[in-house]
Design a protein around this ligand. Structure first.
Ligand SMILES: [Ca+2]
Ligand SMILES: [Ca+2]
Ligand SMILES: [Ca+2]
Length: 237
């Protein structure tokens, strides 16, 4: 009986310790500025799934933040020369301008991004980098696109090694993946991390916040329960 309890308690402890690896899903509730009456995705019906971003899955574990951007967008599929955007990261929370779905939020207001994972450079950058908006890419194109959105790092900043990306799952039904080393972000405990991603036309773009869990609290709780299990086992002898 007591052995059964200690096994149960031990497995509970393991479950709690593993719990910090659970994915946080950020659904795309962000429309942002200048949707030109299209709403969330500026596209023809035939291109909807190509440009749509449905969500981001964020997982913390092993000192990394893993971000999957769930979108059908693949740069090589695009007929207008639209490129991958970069993953913008705020290490002091997420403060979009206005309220959901943030019809007035654009690059001139709302969150400041302390870091960016530059997709084309395949590197994390912090410090003083410039930001290119969707207008930089399509302002003189005559196309309808979502104006004024941050989409890529411009120039400058400090490059950090140790983070990576995986574009091999890009395409319809797929995702883009970024693995960000938390120590490069200066994060070692609980924090709210703001995230933003969109392709260079920002026909869809997503923003939201992910909470870094408290690993020590989870570990202590797990160890405490494991300790209970050990006590129970000793008593049963
Ligand atoms: Ca969307
Ligand atoms: Ca910020
Ligand atoms: Ca959106």
């Amino acid at each position: 009986m007591l052995k059964g309890i200690s096994a149960l308690v031990a497995s509970l402890g393991l479950l709690l310790a593993a719990g910090q690896a659970g994915a946080i899903t950020i659904n795309d509730n962000y429309i942002g500025s200048q949707n030109h009456g299209y709403g969330d995705v500026i596209s023809d019906a035939s291109d909807y799934n190509h440009y749509n971003i449905s969500s981001m899955d964020v997982t913390f574990g092993g000192g990394y933040m893993n971000v999957r951007v769930n979108t059908g967008f693949r740069q090589s599929d695009d007929q207008y020369g639209v490129q991958y955007g970069d993953l913008f990261i705020s290490t002091n929370g997420w403060h979009p301008y206005g309220s959901a779905p943030y019809y007035s939020d654009n690059a001139s207001n709302g969150e400041d991004w302390e870091f960016v994972y530059d997709t084309s450079a395949n590197s994390l950058y912090g410090g003083n980098f410039s930001i290119r908006t969707s207008d930089y890419f399509f302002g003189s194109s005559g196309y309808i696109y979502r104006n004024g959105q941050e989409v890529q790092r411009g120039t400058g900043g400090t490059a950090y090694s140790g983070s990576s990306q995986d574009l091999s799952h890009a395409g319809l039904g797929g995702y883009l993946e970024y693995n960000i080393l938390l120590s490069s972000l200066g994060i070692s405990g609980p924090a709210d991390i703001g995230l933003k991603w969109g392709m260079t036309c920002a026909n869809d773009t997503i923003e939201g916040v992910a909470k870094v869990p408290e690993p020590s609290a989870l570990m202590l709780l797990g160890l405490g329960l494991l300790g209970l299990g050990v006590t129970a086992r000793r008593r049963s002898r």
